[in-house]
Ligand binder design. Structure first.
Ligand code: P71
Length: 460
């Protein structure tokens, strides 16, 4: 085909105004928020790239399906449509709806893990790690070594280090490993995909020790598309067939439907194990609700049932992956250090390389995110020392792209803002943490700026 431009594969039927603020206003707002962008009202944000979770635009088909939502407490046909849609892709015997991904995690870990257990993952995301630790288990990250080198290009940087997995199971004993998890795509590690070969290899190791494999499926459609593009033998397969194959290797999954479920809320937990499912449903009733709604409205179940299929459409996935890379490529071309190659749902700026004069203990990611806000009203999120403390191997600033929300000119604006901050990077200072919660501290932490030069006083 002669035409190379990839357009947004939709037209816009409902619009939501966004509000410009002045640089002075933003400086004041940032200070009032203790330099934590979570604490700024969204009406004071121009382009919100905090997360791709629950922030997508729904399609006309999803809105139409919502009108069919049946709000019966028990046995709603909306649940049947939801379950059938999930099973057609994920293939698991039991489908348990939850209000979002972390509820699925909490129930899974409560049922499967106890104090002293060890849960390996390519990289736990924040809520997964917190829920795992909350039941007294140890969350162990086993990414491949390539994952911790931001500038290194590798097709499947989301892979788990299988040699390390085998060693870990050998060392602690299979009895202490109630499950192994794979996060597709690997969110904490740059939105990087996991290959089918890696899923197969991890499953083989698990099978040898009779350990179930669970997939954290949040961005399963994007992962499927990367496999199609990058893994030999998959170019001719549909993303749907690839997704089905991925889940055939697993014994269950957790899912936040706020990502590749294309919904604003929702999630689910799947398993093939009858006894585990029974126990999970009992816990579900305690806090989430009856097993045919799990804390969701019938309307939400309908939106997810349709959204899962839309996330697997090739036109959509092509636009999604290409438009995310567009942002990454344009800033990388000017020298901005990013995690390479660009991820599926987000671009991750390497804040340690962007601000080499700011030590990790001075939160370079938080400082950079604050400057992007002051410069252009852009909200991003730190994935680094604030989010993961001692477990952080990188300090990243993630620019997550909500699904079907922003146009190319919004992204061109974001590129310009980042390049302006890049020009004045040497003047950006680090931060001092002044308040933190006992877990998931990034949501509510507060900071003050480090004093101007000399950056550190000669005496404490
Ligand atoms: C993301 C989120 C949501 C979030 C988390 C922390 C700060 C800001 C936004 C949520 C995930 C995820 C993976 C791989 C489980 C969850 C929990 N991600 N696994 O990336 O990425 O799902 O939010 O529905 O509870 O912005 P949940």
């Amino acid at each position: 085909m002669a035409i190379k431009t990839i357009i947004e594969p939709f037209r816009i039927k409902s619009v939501e105004p966004i509000r410009q603020t002045t640089r002075e206003e933003r400086r004041r707002l940032l200070e009032a928020a203790g330099y934590n962008l979570f604490l700024i009202p969204s009406t004071d944000i121009l382009i919100d790239l905090l997360t791709d979770s629950g922030t997508g635009a729904m399609s006309t088909e999803q809105w139409a399906a919502m009108m069919r939502g049946d709000e019966s407490y028990a046995g709603s046909p909306s649940f049947t449509r939801f379950r059938d849609s999930v099973q057609a892709i994920f293939g698991f015997k039991h489908v348990i709806p939850t209000h979002q991904g972390r509820a699925a995690e909490r129930i899974l870990f409560s049922v499967m893990c106890k104090k002293g257990d060890v849960v390996p993952n390519n990289t736990h995301f924040d809520t997964t790690r917190a829920n795992c630790e909350f039941v007294g288990a140890e969350a162990v990250d086993l990414p491949v070594p390539e994952a911790s080198q931001p500038s290194l290009v590798h097709p499947f940087k989301g892979n788990m280090d299988t040699a390390k997995l085998a060693q870990l199971i050998e060392r602690v004993g299979a009895k202490r490993v109630p499950l192994v998890m794979l996060t597709v795509t690997n969110n904490s590690g740059g939105g990087q995909p996991v290959s089918m070969a890696n899923i197969r290899a991890v499953k083989e190791i698990c099978a040898r020790h009779a350990i179930p494999l669970y997939i954290d499926a949040c961005r399963f459609a994007e992962n499927s598309y990367f496999i199609k593009q990058r893994e030999p033998g998959y170019a001719g397969k549909t993303p749907r067939a690839i997704a089905q194959e991925m889940f055939r290797h697993a014994d269950g999954c957790t899912m936040s439907a706020k990502k590749d479920g294309m919904a604003n809320i929702g999630g689910f937990l799947c398993t093939n194990d009858d006894a585990v499912a029974q126990h999970e449903r009992d816990l579900l009733i305690l806090t989430e609700g009856f097993p045919t709604y799990g804390g969701l409205a019938g309307r939400d179940l309908e939106a997810i049932a349709v959204g899962l299929n839309e996330a697997l459409e090739e036109d959509y996935l092509n636009y999604r992956i290409v438009s995310t890379a567009y942002l990454g490529d344009h800033i990388a071309k000017e020298g901005v250090p990013i995690v390479q190659p660009p991820g599926g749902h987000a671009i991750y700026i390497d804040a340690r390389a962007f601000l080499p004069h700011v030590a990790p203990t001075e939160f370079p990611g938080v400082a950079l995110a604050g400057e992007l806000y002051v410069e252009g009203g852009i909200r991003s999120v730190e994935i680094g020392t604030l989010m993961f403390g001692e477990h952080a191997t990188m300090d990243l600033v993630r620019l997550a792209i909500p699904r079907r929300v922003y146009t190319q000119s919004h992204i061109d604006y974001v590129i310009e803002v980042i390049l302006e901050v890049w020009k004045r990077r040497e003047a950006i200072r680090g931060l001092v943490l002044t308040h933190q919660a006992p877990f998931l501290r990034h949501f509510t932490a507060r900071f003050r700026p480090l004093a101007m030069a000399p950056a550190r006083p000669a005496t404490p």
